[in-house]
Write a protein that binds this ligand. Structure first.
Ligand code: HMG
Ligand code: MG
Length: 299
C-alpha cells in the first residue's frame, strides 16, 4: 500500500462551517477563529465567502472579516466567489486566492447558485480569467461528486467533465466534494481514478462531509490512490444551506490524529487546533463535534 509522506489540509471551517450555523457570530469571533487556525500551522485557511447575503446571510460581513485578519506569511486565505461581483468585492479586500464552486448535479447547481452547470462554467470562465490576470490563485470545487440530495446517483463522467473544464480554465486544484456525505471508500477511490484520467491526481483535493460516518474511511481510501490534499473543518463544523440534512465536514482534529498515527506529516500543532475547536464550539454554545475534542486527552 502506498501513502503520501505529507498531506496538505485545507481548513474550511470558517467558511463551509460557519455558512451553515444559525447562531450569529461577531466579526471579531470569526477573525479570532481564522487567526487561531493559522497559528495552529494550517497552511490554507478558507476565510469566508463573497456570495449574496440574500442567499447565505451567515456570510454577510465577509469584507470586514477578511480585512480584519492579521495574516500569517505562511498561510493562504482563499475565499469563495460565485460571480464577478464577488470577485470585485474580494479584490477590494486584497485577497490572494479565490475558490469557484460548480456542481456535478444539474439540480444542485440550480438550487445553490441559480444556474445550470453549463452557465456556471461560462460564468466562471470570466471570473477565472480576471482573477488570473490579477495574479490570484484560483481553486475550484465540484459538489455532489458521490451523490446529490435532489438527483441521487451522479455519473462519474459528469464529475470528470466538470473537473476537467475547471482545471483547463486555470484552476490549480479541484476539490471534489461529497456534499451530503453519502460516499463510501471504494466508490470514493473509483471516483478519484475516473477524474484522474483528465486532471492529474496531485491537483485533486478530497472534501468529505461526515453525514454517515464514512469520511475518515473515505480519506484513507483516497490517500491510497494518490490524493494528498484533504479539506476538513475544525470541530466538524459545516454543511451546505442548499443540501438539507448534510452534516459537517470531517473534523480536522480527527484527520490530523489519523495522519499523525500513520506517520504522515501535516505541520499542524494538534494542541492549538483542539483549542481552536473548543473556542468556536463555546462561541456556538455546544460541545466540540470532533472525536478528539470530546476526549480529555492532552495533545
Ligand atoms: P441570483 O439571485 O441568481 O443572482 O443568485 P443575481 O445576480 O440576480 O443577484 C441577486 C442579488 O444578490 C442582487 O441583489 C445582487 O446584487 C446580489 P439585489 O439587486 O436583489 O439587492 N448579489 C451579490 N451580493 C453580494 N455578493 C455577490 C453577489 N452576487 C449577487 N457575489 C448567486 C446567484 C450566485 C449570487 C447566489 O445563488 C449565491 O450567492 N449563491 C451562493 C450559495 C452558497 O454560498 N452556497 C454555499 C457554498 S457551496 C458549498 O458549500 C459546497 C462546497 O463546500 C463543496 C461541497 O461540499 O460540495 C463548496
Ligand atoms: Mg462542503
Amino acid at each position: 500500500m502506498s501513502l503520501p509522506d505529507n498531506v496538505k489540509i485545507v481548513e474550511v471551517g470558517a467558511r463551509d462551517g460557519l455558512q451553515n450555523e444559525s447562531v450569529p457570530l461577531s466579526i471579531e469571533v470569526k477573525i479570532e477563529l481564522i487567526e487561531r487556525l493559522a497559528d495552529a500551522g494550517l497552511s490554507v485557511v478558507e476565510a469566508t465567502s463573497f456570495v449574496s447575503p440574500k442567499w447565505v446571510p451567515q456570510m454577510a460581513g465577509s469584507a470586514e472579516v477578511f480585512k480584519g485578519i492579521n495574516r500569517a506569511s505562511n498561510t493562504n486565505y482563499p475565499v469563495l466567489v460565485p460571480n464577478l461581483k464577488g470577485l470585485e468585492a474580494a479584490l477590494e479586500c486584497g485577497v490572494d486566492e479565490i475558490a469557484v464552486f460548480a456542481a456535478a448535479s444539474e439540480s444542485f447547481s440550480q438550487k445553490n447558485i441559480n444556474c445550470s452547470i453549463a452557465e456556471s462554467i461560462h460564468r466562471y470562465t470570466e471570473v477565472i480569467e480576471k482573477a488570473l490576470a490579477e495574479k490570484l490563485k484560483v481553486r475550484a470545487y465540484v459538489s455532489c461528486v458521490l451523490g446529490c440530495p435532489y438527483e441521487g446517483d451522479i455519473s462519474l463522467n459528469k464529475v470528470a467533465e466538470v473537473s476537467r473544464h475547471l482545471s483547463d480554465l486555470g484552476c490549480y486544484e479541484v476539490s471534489l466534494g461529497d456534499t451530503i456525505g453519502v460516499g463510501t471508500p471504494l466508490k470514493a477511490q473509483k471516483m478519484i481514478e475516473e477524474v484522474s484520467k483528465y486532471v492529474p491526481t496531485q491537483q485533486l483535493a478530497a472534501h468529505f462531509h461526515d453525514t454517515y460516518g464514512q469520511a475518515l474511511a473515505n480519506i484513507f481510501a483516497v490517500l491510497q490512490v494518490g490524493v494528498s490534499t484533504i479539506d476538513s473543518s475544525v470541530s466538524g463544523l459545516g454543511g451546505c444551506p442548499y443540501a438539507k440534512g448534510a452534516t459537517g465536514n470531517v473534523a480536522t482534529e480527527d484527520v490530523v490524529y489519523m495522519l499523525n498515527g500513520m506517520g504522515i506529516e501535516t505541520g499542524i500543532d494538534l494542541g492549538k487546533l483542539l483549542d481552536a475547536g473548543h473556542f468556536i464550539s463555546k462561541q456556538l454554545g455546544r460541545k466540540p463535534n470532533s472525536h478528539l475534542g470530546l476526549t480529555k486527552a492532552d495533545f
